[in-house]
Each structure stands twice: as structure tokens, then as C-alpha cells.
Design a protein around this ligand. Structure first.
Ligand SMILES: [Zn+2]
Length: 142
């Protein structure tokens, strides 16, 4: 965050550690939204899991993930990638051991939608390799 600010940017952490209870509430909210839209119980659960991690599987529950947005745009959608903060983080977060965890072209591998705000700590060595190889964490670990 200090490095990002030193580049004259204004990053904001909008989510960090989450308890099981909080994750369950977020998941239930998403699930219920889909049920209201007419999804079956099974499909609602599957689709909700693509947007909000199934409770017990979120990296936020590990305490290793942070969602960072630009103060100018704090909406979590794909437009986040256009912000100055995201452009900087995508190029530089590896220097502090973080990776963009759910890249745009890797959803079929990660099982999670593109999240140009979600960064995970993996350590400086792994982060540099993942960045240099342009792979996602799943590919890196296989
Ligand atoms: Zn996140």
C-alpha cells in the first residue's frame, strides 16, 4: 500500500480477513438473490459459488487475501481493471509477494470469475515466478 501511494495513487482495502460466519452470510445473500431470480436450489448454489467463495474455501478466511480498489471507483466489477490503482497493482504487487489471484483468462482453471481487485499473498519468490511465467496459482502448483 505504501509503494502504491508512493506512485501517487489512492488504493483502498475494501475487504481483508473474513470469519466463517461472514463468508456464510455473503454466500447466502448471493444464493438467495439467485433463488429470487428463479434459479433451482442446485444451480443457485453452483452459480453463487462462482461469485462468492463457498464458506470454508475463501482465501479471505485464510487471512492471505485482500481486495484492493481505487478510491475513484470502489465497485467490484471488471471496470476495476481500468483504474490507475489496478494497473499499478497488476504490474507491481508481486514485488511485495502478492499475485492477482483470479486473472481474466484463467477462470476456467481457477473456477472463479475475473476479479481485478483480489490479491493473495504467496511470498516474494513465488509471486515473482508466477508473475514472470504469467500463470495462475493452480498452474504454478501443478
Ligand atoms: Zn477477494
Amino acid at each position: 500500500m505504501d509503494d502504491c501511494r508512493a506512485a501517487d495513487l489512492q488504493p483502498v482495502i475494501c475487504s481483508d480477513y473474513r470469519s466463517q460466519e461472514t463468508q456464510q452470510r455473503l454466500f447466502n445473500n448471493q444464493h438467495n438473490r439467485l433463488i429470487v431470480q428463479g434459479y433451482s436450489e442446485e444451480n443457485a448454489r453452483t452459480e453463487a459459488g462462482k461469485v462468492v467463495a463457498v464458506p470454508g474455501t475463501s482465501e479471505h478466511q485464510l487471512g492471505l487475501a485482500v481486495d484492493i480498489v481505487d478510491i475513484e471507483n470502489q465497485i467490484l466489477d471488471e471496470d476495476q481493471e481500468k483504474t490507475a490503482v489496478q494497473k499499478w497493482l497488476m504490474e507491481n504487487s508481486w514485488r511485495n509477494g502478492f499475485i492477482l489471484r483470479y486473472p481474466n483468462d484463467k477462470s476456467n482453471i481457477t473456477g472463479i470469475i475475473y476479479e481485478p481487485w483480489h490479491y493473495r499473498y504467496v511470498g516474494k519468490e513465488a509471486a515473482k515466478e508466477i508473475y514472470d511465467l504469467d500463470v495462475c496459482l493452480e498452474e504454478y502448483l501443478h
